[in-house]
Design a binder for this molecule. Structure first.
Ligand SMILES: Cc1cc2nc3c(=O)[nH]c(=O)nc-3n(C[C@H](O)[C@H](O)[C@H](O)COP(=O)(O)OP(=O)(O)OC[C@H]3O[C@@H](n4cnc5c(N)ncnc54)[C@H](O)[C@@H]3O)c2cc1C
Length: 387
């Protein structure tokens, strides 16, 4: 619906004029600017308003992004243990090991000891790689890692800095210059919820099963496509849910809780500062079914000569196939386009402060079927009428 454009709307009126139902009116906001207002009772869901919108159509940005892509690959780690412990195809581990073997430093996101926060840390030993492996779907705190990175570079050390696009953009501007010893690897980013959301969810889980001993957002027990949340507790209990059935993942993936800037991400796509971008090769079954692996496949996007060299150095560790960039990223447009801000984002964080996780789930993720909701509505109407 066109009103998701919100404050980004420039007031051009194309949506109003294109609507075959005439259900869009341009109404003034409190400042006197005109914005589209949709009469949802007349809307037939044809999406013409979204298609015509110059703000939502980011074609030119998409084109600019592809100009920044040298090559794309499908990649799977040959080490099955690494593959099963990684979110996608395990490429991060190969790149990190290579840097560490040469005496370099690797920066990335690790859980705190109590699993309640995620922080950027630096590691120098392969034994510590496990801390960085695996996606943690909340915003990591960078602490003073930019300064640490600068100090390492000024000593002439090799550095592999990994993170989400905005973190690499910040690092790039902080350093202010290219450094041949620095390789930047970003992960494709859907956006990040805040630590508050994760803590609220974890409190809810820990109330049932006790303190957390281990947590994974990308458990692959039932395969990569059906990845899930796994939280093991010190009491020996375990929560294990595939992502479609997990409430934290649903809140994350339905975009209610992302940082405001994620909806207008200034760092992804054509603005990337990375040498390499890593992501899940979503859609591989259609694009390249012959390269599919049920334990995960990475899409590797090479942007620079340095990135190409880094990938070549680890090629032996990987089953690697060069792919067509457009085909590879068709189902992963999130690499160049921010997700949309849902209207519910307005109230989500206020509710999070005041309400329980269960209440949040009921309000924002009504997981009942249409029939169940219909029956519930009829019951409530009957109660109101009959008493
Ligand atoms: C918040 C977030 C959103 C993502 N959204 C998408 C998406 O929409 N589509 C997609 O294809 N891929 C997405 N990814 C990337 C994907 O989940 C994998 O991280 C990526 O494919 C690398 O996987 P791997 O198997 O090579 O290595 P892994 O070992 O799984 O990757 C670990 C790497 O991720 C970094 N990392 C983990 N958590 C964080 C964090 N919170 N902040 C910064 N860096 C972190 C580590 O530092 C390390 O470099 C996302 C990752 C994150 C962290």
């Amino acid at each position: 619906m066109i009103d998701v454009v919100g404050s980004r709307c420039c007031g051009c009126t194309a949506c109003k004029d294109v609507c075959p139902q005439g259900c869009i009116a341009m109404l003034p906001n409190e400042e006197g600017f005109l914005y589209p207002s949709v009469d949802r009772s007349k809307c037939v869901g044809c999406d013409l308003c979204e298609k015509v919108c110059p703000v939502l159509s980011r074609k030119s940005k998409e084109d600019a992004f592809y100009k920044n892509v040298r090559e794309t690959y499908a990649a799977v780690s040959k080490d099955r243990k690494t593959l099963s412990e990684s979110s996608s195809g395990g490429v991060f581990t190969s790149l990190a090991k290579n840097t560490l073997r040469e005496g370099g430093h690797v920066f990335g996101a690790a859980f705190s000891d109590d699993f309640r926060t995620v922080q950027h840390v630096v590691i120098d030993r392969i034994e510590n790689l496990n801390d960085l492996r695996g996606s943690k779907y909340l915003q990591s705190e960078l602490g003073n890692s930019f300064s640490q990175c600068k100090a390492s570079l000024s000593k002439g050390d090799q550095v592999l800095f990994t993170g989400i696009p905005c973190q690499l953009a910040g690092l790039n501007r902080f350093l202010g210059r290219e450094d041949e010893n620095l390789t930047c690897v970003e992960v494709i980013c859907h956006g990040t919820p805040s630590v508050k959301v994760w803590k609220k969810y974890l409190d809810h889980v820990e109330a049932k099963q006790g303190k957390t001993k281990e947590a994974s957002f990308r458990d692959k027990t039932v395969g990569w496509n059906n990845f899930g949340m796994k939280i093991s507790s010190v009491t020996g209990q375990e929560l294990k849910e595939i992502h479609q059935g997990n409430t934290y993942m649903a809140v994350f993936l339905r975009n209610f809780a992302l940082r405001e800037s994620c909806y207008e991400c200034p760092a992804k796509g054509e603005n990337t500062c990375a040498d390499i971008t890593l992501g899940d090769f979503w859609g591989i079954q259609n694009a390249y079914p012959e390269y599919y692996d049920d334990q995960g496949v990475s899409v590797v996007v090479v942007h620079t000569e340095k990135g190409k060299k880094a990938l070549e150095e680890v090629a032996e560790d990987l089953v690697l196939h060069e792919t067509d960039p457009f085909k590879s990223l068709e189902d992963n447009w999130i690499i160049y386009k921010p997700v949309e801000r849902p209207a519910e984002r307005d109230t989500f964080y206020q509710d999070l402060d005041r309400r329980s996780w269960k209440w949040i789930v009921n309000k924002y993720l009504d997981q009942r079927s249409v029939v169940e909701r219909g029956i519930d509505l009829l019951r409530r109407v009957k109660r109101a009428v009959v008493g």
